[in-house]
Structure formats: structure tokens, C-alpha cells
Design a protein around this ligand. Structure first.
Ligand code: MG
Ligand code: ZN
Length: 366
């Protein structure tokens, strides 16, 4: 079984760890509050941590490599990857180039797909993306301005494609997010023999198939008929399979509105007769819904999300689906993000789902 767990984190220095937009020499550089605790918590969790920083002041003779190395070691870094060159020297290490990441991988035996980059600049995100690392942008330093620029459409081509997997307020939040994901991933790799096969099956993204839309519509009609005696009249096909042209886990998502959960037992029984398994909220962990999985031949075929009236997720789901159906450019962007996430979270359906929410939020905020 593969282990997608996090191996190492590459941290940018200026604007991420501390300081700001201007270069601050070693000795004068101050870390943000709790930044050193965050580094310590990564190390305590067994993660390796390396710096990942451009320092053209070295080329200019204002500081030397050793000063940076000493400073970073004192902060708790295991290794310092520092580009000492000027912009325009054409080196392979200066971000957005991937040279430092590739060298670190070689020197330390890292799988870059299991490494994260945390930085405040889009150049950090480009290097991360092109080396196959998880990119996390912080809003500190230049981070907010970079995000604003992206939102204004100020980036194109490889710049536009480098949108981070996660945007954190600061380094501390980025580290909390990473460690949380890592815990979930490790949890998912401890396979419990009592779990049915469909509960732990690996996520596989398939190329878009027009049959999904047809089947989703049919299944929605079927559920509507089955549950109409329980006062369920609205059933919608949602999620990736409801968007023509989008690669997806080939599992149909349906949502249905139920006036109250008073008759839930009857609904569970009616659905059970049609191969639907009820996942109780304490296992599901999503209070806003009651969740069912339809299983055939040990494979998940459909999900059903039952929601109460006035549940805000209902409108969000419909809105997201309808926007995407009109926007091939967003479909393309979403497809790329999904395939990248699926690679990282192969064995962890929940972490995968969680990581997509950032993109969804952006679409809805447009
Ligand atoms: Mg920076
Ligand atoms: Zn360089």
C-alpha cells in the first residue's frame, strides 16, 4: 500500500518565516510569532524541514552563505537550500526554478510528491507545482498582494496554473493544516480488516464520460420515486459527474431535501432495500447531512446527501454545478487540481474532498 504521508516541508524565509517585503540580513531577521514553535512541531511530528530561499544579497557581497546557514540551523532547519545568485544570472536554483527542490530530493532521498512548499510568493508556488510538491501560500509578506494579483487576472500561463493547494493566514496555520492532513492520511493507511472494501477503496479519477450525466439523472429520478412517500420531492444530481467534460471519481452524487429527520428510520429502510448503506453522522463526521452510499460489487456507485430545508450547502452545490456547466475554462482548472490532489490523497477520500473546498469557495465567490 502506498503511503502518501508528508515527508518534508520546504519553507521560504522572507515574508513566510518572518521579516517582510525587504531583505533582512541574518542577525537582524526576526521570525513571526510562534513561527519557531511551528517548525518545532513539524520536527516533533517526524517531518524534515528545509529552507528554500533566494538570497541575491550573497552575490552582491552583503552577506555570505554561512551566515544564512547558521541562522536557519538555529531556527531548527535540518538543511538550508539557498540560491546565492542574482536575477538574470541564469542559475537553476533561483525560484521559480526547481533546482533547490531537486537538489534537496537527491541529497536527502526525498519523494517530492510527498513534500510541501510554504511560501508567500507566486514564484514559490510555481517551483512547488513544477517539482510536484504541495504548494501552500501564506498571506503574510507578499502573500496577500500576490493573491490579489491572481484574482485580478494578473498572472498567465505557468503563473496562472500555479494556484496553491491551500491558502493559509500565516505559517502557523499552514503547519496546522499540513499536520492535520498528515494525521488523516496516516489514519487512512491503518487499514482495519473490519471495514468493507468499498469504505477504503482507492480514489481513481476517470476521464469524463457522458454516461454519468444520464445515469445521474436516472438515479435521481429513481430516488425521488422511492422516497416520495417520505415527503422527499427534490433530488438533484450534483458533484463532478454532473458537470459534462470534467474527469471524476466515477461515483454519482445526489442530494435530496427532507422536511425533517423524524422519519429517517423509514428512509434508511427504504434505501437499504436498494443497496444504499447508511453512514451514521458519528462516522460520517458531517453534521449538515445524512449520508448514504450505494454499493454494487464492493464498489461505491452513488452517494446520497440528505439535507434539511434551509441548509446552505444545498444552494452552494447547485450554484457551483451551474457555474461550472457554463465555464469550460474553470472545468479545465478544476480538472488539473483534482488530478493533482488525487495523486497526493490516493488513499484518503476525506482529505481529498477537504482539499478541494478552497477551489469551490473561489468559484462561489466570483
Ligand atoms: Mg518570500
Ligand atoms: Zn541560484
Amino acid at each position: 500500500m502506498s503511503h502518501p504521508t508528508l515527508q518534508a516541508v520546504f519553507l521560504d524565509r522572507d515574508g513566510t518565516l518572518g521579516g517582510g517585503d525587504e531583505m533582512i540580513l541574518p542577525g537582524k531577521f526576526e521570525c513571526y510569532p510562534s513561527a519557531l514553535e511551528s517548525i518545532a512541531s513539524l520536527r516533533a511530528a517526524g517531518k524534515r524541514i528545509y529552507s528554500f530561499t533566494n538570497q541575491p544579497v550573497i552575490a552582491r557581497g552583503q552577506a555570505c552563505m554561512e551566515q544564512f546557514e547558521q541562522e536557519l540551523q538555529a531556527f531548527g532547519f535540518e538543511g538550508a537550500y539557498v540560491c546565492p545568485h542574482e536575477h538574470g544570472e541564469g542559475c537553476a536554483c533561483r525560484k521559480p526554478s526547481t533546482g533547490m527542490l531537486l537538489l534537496a530530493a537527491e541529497e536527502n532521498g526525498l519523494d517530492l510528491h510527498r513534500c510541501a512548499v510554504v511560501g508567500d510568493r507566486w514564484t514559490d508556488m510555481i517551483a512547488a507545482k513544477e517539482a510536484g510538491c504541495l504548494g501552500i501560500l501564506v498571506r503574510t509578506g507578499a502573500g496577500q498582494a500576490e493573491l490579489d494579483r491572481y484574482e485580478r487576472g494578473g498572472f498567465s500561463e505557468r503563473w496562472q496554473e500555479a494556484y496553491p493547494l491551500y491558502v493559509a493566514e500565516d505559517l502557523n496555520e499552514a503547519v496546522r493544516w499540513l499536520l492535520e492532513k498528515d494525521r488523516e492520511e496516516r489514519g487512512a493507511t491503518l487499514t482495519d480488516p473490519d471495514w468493507p472494501a468499498w469504505a477504503t477503496e482507492v480514489i481513481e479519477i476517470k476521464p469524463a464520460d457522458p454516461i454519468w450525466l444520464e445515469k445521474g439523472t436516472q438515479e435521481a429520478e429513481h430516488v425521488k420515486k422511492l422516497l416520495s412517500v417520505h415527503r422527499i420531492s427534490e433530488v438533484e444530481h450534483i458533484g463532478s459527474t454532473s458537470i459534462p467534460g470534467l474527469p471524476a471519481k466515477p461515483i454519482l452524487d445526489l442530494m435530496a431535501r427532507i422536511p425533517s429527520y423524524d422519519e429517517l428510520d423509514d428512509v434508511i429502510a427504504a434505501l437499504a432495500a436498494q443497496d444504499w448503506h447508511y453512514i451514521p453522522p458519528e462516522l460520517d463526521g458531517v453534521p449538515s447531512r445524512r449520508f448514504f452510499v450505494k454499493v454494487k460489487n464492493d464498489k461505491r456507485q452513488c452517494h446520497l446527501h440528505l439535507m434539511l430545508p434551509n441548509e446552505e450547502k444545498w444552494d452552494k452545490q447547485l450554484c457551483f454545478r451551474n457555474i461550472l456547466r457554463e465555464r469550460p475554462d474553470l472545468i479545465q482548472e478544476y480538472a488539473e487540481l483534482k488530478s493533482k490532489l488525487a495523486e497526493h490523497y490516493k488513499d484518503d477520500r476525506e482529505a481529498y474532498t477537504h482539499a478541494k473546498t478552497d477551489f469551490v469557495q473561489r468559484v462561489l465567490n466570483r
